[in-house]
Design a protein around this ligand. Structure first.
Ligand code: ARG
Length: 260
């Protein structure tokens, strides 16, 4: 995670971002600290990346890399405003003993567009990550990559539209069908017939931008419609308020890169 010390909305690279709307920085910091402290209270280790004054979106640490079995596929950002973040992430991994850190050739925004199940990588494309990043990830990780086409600009990253609830299986996800092309919807129905299907209001609250440890599911608290379906499947939903970061189009998952 990376603290939102220098968080602001001064440019707009997704429909959520309106530079005319004020951001309450102290509140953003408090909300972020509550998320970090909640992870720690649940027994998870949280590493902190040093924020950079010229990189206001660095708080969205999920976009900086994808890590599976200790192997790191770096990011390559679609927009120049975020380009420099990729090297900061790679340097962090190298400094922390990760041996296999790959600088990608094709644009991929890390876990923004890559979601990991027990044996697959679900990969978004359409707004940010290049379709060419999919075979690149497949080659690097040696796992089948399943490409999914995102069609609604409000759900510009896969992690705004789909969440893997249990990565020890290939079965348990929640998603918002309208974010996907008809063909990708059919793929999701085929792979995940028992998925939790999010309603529009919960998806619009970025309720799918959630992090699950296989039991606890941390998600935006405004996504009230997802709590009961999660409980019915045996998960423990934990609502978080990241309202200030939502002004930049991000929430729980965007702030969290998982070190698998
Ligand atoms: N303002 C950031 C951007 O547009 C938000 C990124 C959100 N991150 C995510 N994993 N969806 O790039």
């Amino acid at each position: 995670m990376c603290p939102p010390t220098h968080f602001k909305v001064t440019y707009s690279i997704n429909p959520w971002m309106d530079p005319a709307k004020p951001v309450d920085l102290p509140l953003a910091l408090t909300q972020w600290e509550q998320l970090r402290d909640r992870y720690r209270a649940l027994g998870h280790t949280v590493e902190e990346l040093e924020p950079h004054p010229d990189l206001p979106d660095m708080v969205f640490a999920a976009n900086g890399a994808t890590v599976i079995d200790g192997r790191v596929l770096g990011a390559r950002f679609a927009h120049p405003e975020r380009t420099a973040e990729a090297a900061v992430h790679r340097a962090w991994f190298r400094a922390h003993g990760y041996q296999d850190v790959h600088e990608p050739e094709h644009i991929n925004e890390g876990e923004g567009d890559f979601a990991v199940t027990a044996s697959w990588i679900l990969a978004g494309r359409g707004f940010r990550s290049s379709p060419l990043s999919h075979p690149e990830a497949q080659e690097f990780f040696g796992r089948p990559v399943i490409g999914l086409d995102l069609v609604n600009p409000r759900f510009y990253h896969l992690d705004t539209a789909l969440c893997v609830l249990d990565d020890s299986t290939d079965a348990d996800v929640m998603y918002y069908p309208e974010a996907f092309s008809p063909g990708s919807r059919a793929v999701l129905e085929r792979l995940f017939p028992d998925a939790i299907i999010a309603e529009r209001a919960d998806a619009e609250a970025l309720g799918l931008n959630a992090v699950s440890d296989g039991h606890h599911v941390l998600l935006p608290q405004a996504a009230v419609g997802l709590f009961e379906p999660l409980r019915q499947r045996g998960y423990e939903p934990i609502g978080m308020d990241l309202g200030e970061l939502l002004k930049s189009g991000g929430s729980v998952k965007c702030c969290t890169q998982e070190l698998r």
